[in-house]
Design a protein around this ligand. Sequence first.
Ligand code: SF4
Length: 424
Amino acid sequence: MADNTAFSLLKQRSIGTSGMVFQDLSDLAPPQSHANIARSLYIHIPFCSHKCHYCDFYSIVDRQDRQQLFTDRLVRELRAQAPYAQGQPLKSIFIGGGTPSLLAPALWKTVLTELNNLFDLSEIHAGIGEFSVENNPESVSEELANVYKAGGVNRISMGAQSFNAVHLKSLDRIHNPAKVPLAIDIFQRAGIKRVSLDLIFAVPGQTIEQWDTDLRTALDLPIEHLSAYGLTYEPGTAMTARLSRGEFTQMPDELEAAMYLHTIKTLREYGFDRYEVSNHAKTGAECKHNMYYWTSQDWLAVGPSASGHFHGARWKNTPRLDDYLKLNENGFAPICDYEAPDDRRELMDLLMTSIRLAQGVDAKSALAQAEPLHAAEKLQLAATMCQDQGWLMDANADQWQLTDEGFLFADRVAREFIGALMID
Ligand code: SF4
């Protein structure tokens, strides 16, 4: 997530509203009705074949010897969390990482069998629900694709990043770009038709023509969804260290903005609409799972560093694999962060993510939620200011939606909304 302002401003580590130290999900009130249960699940598989220079996700260089132990623990944690879905059909599962496709096919079978036994995946098997897995082109095989298909996986997210060998090297990605279409073909022959690609722009030295070639190469493939992210220099990454050593210069903001606008225009030519700042899809092919995140619905989360949201509380599992493997006696993982239910923080989180969507923020609902916090007037003023800046279409409309220019300033608009909700 690009901007964690609300999270860091309101962090309450480990202490709930009752003053009780949070141990695990069982400390939260059990679901009272089917309208209020988790219908989505995120699973984090932390293994990677090496660490890419720009990456700040939690991943460890693959050690085959730990995959079995990790899978045993993951299954135990799934068993602990499954009751929180109350037997209702899951609407989405997303397995990310790391590089999930590095997990051995036999262990994938174990995880998928367990998922099918523990949860109701009927909507997923019927194609109404979504089951996505992240993959790297190098670790895809026919065997793996067939295991996915049998287990209910119906959508693939592939980390292509670039088709230019020089830029891939600059990002320290080790895959061969020619493997991307081959990997897509393997999945589609196995019957998994829905494919999303990830690309990165604003790579040092990249020209707009080279970015255009990357985009069109991706769009000539049989994909329905594309995520295009501007390169960010996260603290502690090798890329940021190389930048500070002067090994290259960062792309000027104007060129990065021109690349972003070029992305929108080119994708529209191919029938892809921007439905979130960095995400584009053909009609009906939006990532449902991410939409659940961005509209603050509940989801369960399993695996090291996985973050969940349930009954207004947010928590994050410990990222270190050694710590994660020490599940408690109930099968829950140690957590490194917990935020108790809090109406103000919840509204901040919702505004921060939903303003990035093309559908925008439900203004009436946001103002109604701000009212008891004595912040509705300030929130309306912030919206009006954003309209005056040319970032918001209409501050008096039912939906607060970004203008084309506003999409370039989405983080700034989110900060204005969050500022309006801060206690003076
Ligand atoms: S493959 Fe993905 S998760 Fe793994 S190091 Fe590279 S960017 Fe990070």
